[in-house]
Design a binder for this molecule. Structure first.
Ligand code: SF4
Length: 325
């Protein structure tokens, strides 16, 4: 038995939790940290699923099972959860399920190590592709999903398509990453949607134009990769042709990621517009003065095509400054 026998895949991001439970095919829904909708109370009584919180921070009305994660007890706790699933399966067997039959393949699980191994052990092929313009630059897409600035995942998929079309490689994290997997952009077929440079590079390496890099808490790993690229090119991070986008941010974790990216020295696009526009001095700091402090800059743009235009212009300006336009 390998993981494919027991892991049938990922179904989407936090907004997809309710339709997932509504399939009637879920034995245990284990909730970690936040981003579990409070509305799940109604599902507890309606669907044949056992709900369990694995974090003391998750307290949803109607959910009385708590197995608060303790790292030293992880194996025993995982076993407890599997046993809950087995008990649940016995009860729900034969009740009927409604599972949509659309399946989308995706290549996931990229890491610094796997990217290096794909490139033959060194960053040089990536750096050379950037230098010759086959790849204009790289964008980290670290996003949630919401319905605050459009339907679920639509801004994320729109900006990702716009960026790859412009020969900009995407490393994706968070619920936005799930959106891009479901939307087909983490498959090699998506090379057809990429610009000629990025498309040919991805085809040569057998990778998609959007590299699925993990969850919203994996941002630190992305910064290590960016630091390595800066080191290899012998330039500072703000000089690199890179940017970050959070096209449908929502949670406090995403806010922290954006602040980190700004402190790291990177152009950081966020949408919807956060509640900061009333503070003239704060706006000036984030959108102008920060460039002279950390090198970072906040980009507020709710139109995803215009946001991609601005990110591309930033990347082209950085290339020009490096003498590689
Ligand atoms: S990406 Fe945003 S919504 Fe998704 S789990 Fe992270 S913080 Fe929550």
């Amino acid at each position: 038995m390998d993981t494919n026998d027991i892991f049938v895949g990922m179904t989407g991001n936090w907004i997809s939790i309710e339709p997932l439970i509504a399939t009637g095919a879920v034995d245990v829904f284990a909730m970690d940290m936040n981003c579990s909708p409070p509305s799940l109370e109604e599902y507890v009584s309606k669907y044949p699923t056992t709900f369990v919180s694995v974090s003391p921070l998750v307290n949803i009305r109607g959910v009385d099972k708590h197995i608060d994660y303790v790292p030293e007890k992880a194996t025993a706790q995982a076993e407890q959860i599997v046993n809950l699933a087995i008990e649940n399966f016995v009860k729900r067997k034969g009740k009927g399920v409604k599972i949509p039959n659309k399946v989308q393949s995706a290549i996931v699980g990229f890491s610094i190590e796997s990217i290096l191994s794909l490139l033959g052990g060194s960053l040089n092929p990536l750096l050379e592709a950037i230098k010759r313009g086959q790849l204009k630059g790289v964008v980290g897409l670290v996003s949630c999903t919401s319905i605050g600035n459009g339907p679920q995942d639509v801004p994320t998929i729109t900006i990702a398509k716009e960026l790859i079309k412009r020969d900009i490689l995407i490393l994706s994290m968070g619920c936005g990453n799930a959106a891009l997997q479901v939307g087909g952009l983490c498959s090699t077929e998506a090379c057809e949607l990429a610009g000629p440079g990025l498309g040919s590079l991805c085809r040569a390496l057998g990778i998609p134009p959007v590299l699925s890099f993990g969850t919203c808490t994996d941002t630190g790993r992305l910064s290590i990769l960016v630091s390595e690229v800066a080191k290899a090119l012998n330039v500072d991070i703000p000089d690199l042709p890179v940017a970050v986008t959070a096209p449908q941010y929502m949670e406090q974790k995403a806010t922290i990621d954006a602040i980190f990216a700004l402190a790291f020295g990177v152009l950081t696009h966020v949408s919807p517009t956060p509640p900061i526009t009333g503070g003239a001095r704060l706006m000036k700091l984030l959108t102008e003065d920060l460039k002279g402090i950390t090198g970072g800059c906040l980009l507020l743009e709710n139109d995803m095509v215009k946001a991609a235009d601005a990110i591309e212009a930033h990347i082209l300006a950085k290339r020009k400054a490096l003498g590689i336009n």
